[in-house]
Design a protein around this ligand. Structure first.
Ligand code: SF4
Length: 78
C-alpha cells in the first residue's frame, strides 16, 4: 500500500526566513516575503522533507499525514 501523502504546514509567524528548508528540498518550499511556505498543498513522503522539518531552527514546519489528519512531526506524544 502506498504511503499517505503529506500535508505541510509552515507557521509563518515563527519562520525566520533562513531558507534552509528551501535549499534542502527540491521545490517543496519557497520563500515569499522572506518567509517559507509549501509550494503545494501536499507532497509525497520524502526523507529530505522530514529532515528539513526536523532541522528547521524555528520549529516552524509541521508534517501531517493528509488522509487521516495525523501529525507526523513534531511528535506530539513525546
Ligand atoms: S527552515 Fe524553518 S525558519 Fe528556515 S525558512 Fe524554512 S521554515 Fe523558515
Amino acid at each position: 500500500m502506498a504511503m499517505s501523502e503529506w500535508e505541510l504546514i509552515v507557521d509563518r509567524e515563527v519562520c525566520l526566513g533562513s531558507g534552509l528548508c528551501v535549499g534542502a528540498t527540491k521545490g517543496v518550499f519557497e520563500l515569499v516575503d522572506n518567509r517559507s511556505r509549501p509550494t503545494a498543498s501536499q507532497c509525497s513522503p520524502d526523507e529530505a522533507v522530514m529532515l528539513a522539518a526536523t532541522s528547521c531552527p524555528a520549529g516552524a514546519i509541521r508534517i501531517v499525514e493528509a488522509s487521516v489528519g495525523r501529525t507526523i512531526f513534531p511528535d506530539e506524544e513525546g
